[in-house]
Design a protein around this ligand. Structure first.
Ligand code: SF4
Length: 243
């Protein structure tokens, strides 16, 4: 039997890795699918964990998609049943069009199929996410068994000396989920926080939007959102002045 942890380096799956090691549970592979668009702190945490994993006798496996992100997003010829003519690139990933998630599922399954043994998959789903639990294909959910909620996982990681710092900004203080920095599933509050706190990544989003017609959030492009956030800031300053 092989034991495989699916790792994203977010708070839940990192807490799972740390506690599996703390509890001396069996672990053979730590598998990370690298979309290529992760925050730098995600790559930092992966490098920080590398020695921990090898000292424990497990192997870190980094799986990458066949094509780089920008090729699939902007260049690849795409045929849509609903659209006529030529179209290039899948554009934003998120919502109903999670094209990179499809690659992730397919390539992780390919890795699992290559294992010449039975296997158990540890998944970092927290105890307060019951809708995401499916007991199939050797999947187990230790965080649920340990009754660790998302909040518990974050505290556990912080207490063990881990963080998700981008400069001096802790990502979990401004984002609900630390996923790809260009994820189309971000909500308005997360986008506002990115605009205010992560100007470098916000600039990258503008760069992508300058090559993509489709809006990023509802019917708003990144440029529309920036106008909105600027207006909000201006209104707040006037309000401060009047007071
Ligand atoms: S986190 Fe978002 S952008 Fe990244 S693969 Fe998943 S759906 Fe796509």
């Amino acid at each position: 039997m092989k034991y495989i942890l699916s790792e994203s380096w977010g708070k839940d799956s990192l807490a799972l890795l740390l506690r599996l090691i703390e509890e001396k549970r069996p672990l053979d592979y730590v598998v990370f699918f690298d979309t290529g668009m992760e925050y730098q702190s995600i790559y930092h945490n992966m490098e920080k964990a590398r020695k921990l994993i090898s000292d424990y006798g497990a192997e870190l496996v980094v799986i990458k998609p066949d094509n780089n992100w920008l090729f699939d997003m902007l260049i690849r010829p795409v045929k849509y049943k609903s659209k006529e003519g030529e179209h290039y690139g899948y554009e934003w990933c998120g919502g109903r069009c999670r094209w990179r998630t499809s690659d992730k599922i397919k390539l992780i399954q390919k890795f699992l199929d290559s294992i010449d043994d039975e296997y158990t998959q540890y998944l970092g789903i927290a105890a307060d996410e019951p809708d995401r639990i499916k007991y199939e294909n050797g999947k187990v959910y230790p965080l649920v068994d340990w009754n660790m909620t998302e909040k518990d996982c974050l505290e556990y990681c912080y207490n063990k000396g881990w963080n998700w710092l981008e400069g001096n900004v802790e990502l979990y203080s401004i984002l609900d989920r630390v996923s790809c920095w260009c994820c189309g599933n971000k909500n308005l509050s997360e986008l506002r926080n990115m605009y205010h706190n992560l100007p470098e990544y916000w600039g990258y989003l503008k760069g992508l939007q300058s090559r993509i017609d489709r809006p990023f959030y509802c019917d708003k492009t990144i440029f529309d959102l920036e106008d909105r956030f600027k207006l909000e800031d201006a209104q707040m300053s006037i309000f401060d002045y009047i007071q």
